[in-house]
Design a protein around this ligand. Structure first.
Ligand SMILES: Cc1cc2nc3c(=O)[nH]c(=O)nc-3n(C[C@H](O)[C@H](O)[C@H](O)COP(=O)(O)OP(=O)(O)OC[C@H]3O[C@@H](n4cnc5c(N)ncnc54)[C@H](O)[C@@H]3O)c2cc1C
Length: 421
């Protein structure tokens, strides 16, 4: 067993948005941070690659907003959602509801371009970044994490620190080893993601098309490329039987509004497949460890907020982690980590409620058609909801009875039932 270094003050496992933001937040406060990722960057990550307008606030704080824009990120003015019966919900980020985001556009950029920029911000703040180094196991003293064993070029190395941060994504080894993972039984969906050129009719809006056999997101991600992310129930994904490219082609061809738009399109990346992805940590911390980003929770990609949640989680963790590292007793350290978890839940709880409500609507053609009928007729309500998914309108604005009652209006329900029949 070799040592990578004797010790650090914090070890971050994972160099995606959550790990980069956590490391940046800690290193910026003068904390000695080592970040490891099993991948070498640039690497792909299955994602629809859209970043909400409020995400730009954190990019700006990290000093990389201009770099991301100069890297060719597409700018998205809002979202268009098509329901199974063809109803359209159109929402703009710049709207009259009185809430304004840090930017009035979302950004979209391939993760192989975005993630190295974020990682560089962590590096510049003083983080020591080690690529191609994977977590092997946690070093425990009793119930407390005191360090990690890492696999580096086939060798096992030890590194100790008062805090280990699990930012290792959906199937987090850190969460699993600490028995913190609670995979959700619903929804069980699988995603197929690829990049295409020459998709017809792309505009400056992100598109979601909800169908009876799943949904697809289309977004310009700059450089003439369109991100195509098809998400289907797990049972249907079995149809792919090893040929995910053919599955994507068949799925797109069987939807009349999509097929002609792909007639001249060329796929320019491999198809990445991931899922099922809904999971939720029972707790976002343990003695000596904290979880952030997808390692802590992820529900469904429909609302496209994972990158913001990962960045915001990292930013939030920064202050509490510093207290945990500098604590005078294990009890004080644990209290700081619990305070982080409480703050995370307080920040995201209502958003999770909205995500789950949208997840339920997406699973039911009847509900989705109904939602499109209500929101299609009321741009103000659609803008408000799109603003929530853009992370600058508080989720409470769409959880109010005055908003929800629009969906219960019996006349609209009768209209939806008639159309469905
Ligand atoms: C189909 C799909 C579409 C999505 N679309 C969007 C979208 O449009 N917008 C949006 O905001 N979000 C979207 N998301 C969610 C978003 O991709 C995630 O929420 C986001 O990537 C979370 O960031 P993270 O840093 O927590 O994890 P990740 O980005 O997954 O990074 C985790 C890192 O940990 C590393 N790692 C893993 N295990 C180890 C180990 N044992 N040792 C060392 N390193 C390890 C990995 O190599 C990886 O680099 C989508 C997700 C899916 C599945």
């Amino acid at each position: 067993m070799k040592t990578l270094r004797e010790s650090a003050q914090a070890i971050v496992i994972g160099g995606g948005p959550a790990g980069a933001a956590s490391a940046w937040a800690l290193a910026s406060q003068g904390i000695d941070v080592v970040l490891v990722d099993k991948a070498r960057f640039p690497r792909d990550k299955p994602c629809a690659e859209y970043l909400s307008p409020q995400g730009s606030r954190i990019l700006s704080a990290m000093g990389v907003l201009e770099t991301v824009e100069h890297a060719g990120a597409a700018q998205l003015s809002g979202m268009r959602v098509r329901s199974p019966d063809g109803g359209i919900i159109h929402g703009e980020f710049a709207a009259q509801h009185g809430f304004t985001g840090f930017r009035d556009r979302g950004l979209a950029l391939r993760r192989r371009r975005l993630d190295p920029i974020l990682l560089d911000a962590a590096r510049r703040a003083g983080t020591s970044v080690r690529e191609g180094v994977a977590l092997d196991s946690l070093i425990m003293v009793g119930e407390t994490v005191v360090g990690v064993r890492l696999r580096d070029d086939g060798e096992l190395r030890e590194l100790r620190a008062p805090l280990v941060i699990g930012a290792d994504g959906l199937r987090s080894s850190v969460a699993r080893k600490l028995a913190l993972t609670a995979r959700l039984s619903w929804p069980r969906r699988v995603a197929f993601v690829a990049h295409y050129r020459d998709v017809c009719g792309m505009t400056g809006y992100g598109e979601m098309h909800v169908e009876r056999d799943g949904y697809v997101g289309l977004a310009d991600v700059g450089h003439g490329e369109t991100n195509v992310a098809i998400v289907v129930p797990r049972a249907l994904a079995k149809e792919a039987s090893g040929d995910s490219a053919a599955f994507m082609t068949r799925w797109l061809a069987r939807h009349a509004q999509l097929a002609p738009r792909f007639a001249c399109a060329t796929r320019v990346s491999d198809v990445q497949v991931t899922g099922p992805f809904a999971s939720h940590a029972r707790r976002g911390y343990a003695p000596g460890a904290a979880l952030v980003g997808d390692a802590a929770d992820f529900f469904d990609p429909f609302t496209g907020e994972g990158i913001y949640a990962a960045l915001r989680g990292g930013e939030l963790l920064g202050g509490f982690a510093r207290e945990a590292i500098r604590a005078r007793s294990p009890r004080e350290a644990l209290a700081a980590l619990k305070a982080y978890d409480d703050a995370r839940i307080a920040e995201f709880r209502q958003k999770w409620m909205v995500e789950r409500a949208i997840g339920a609507a997406v699973s039911s053609p009847l509900l989705m058609n109904h939602a499109a009928r209500v929101l299609g007729a009321r741009r103000d309500l659609a803008d408000l909801l799109i603003g929530v998914t853009g992370d600058f309108v508080p989720a409470a604005a769409v959880l109010r009875p005055s908003f929800l009652l629009h969906f219960l209006d019996p006349r609209r329900w009768v209209a939806s039932h008639h159309k469905a029949a």
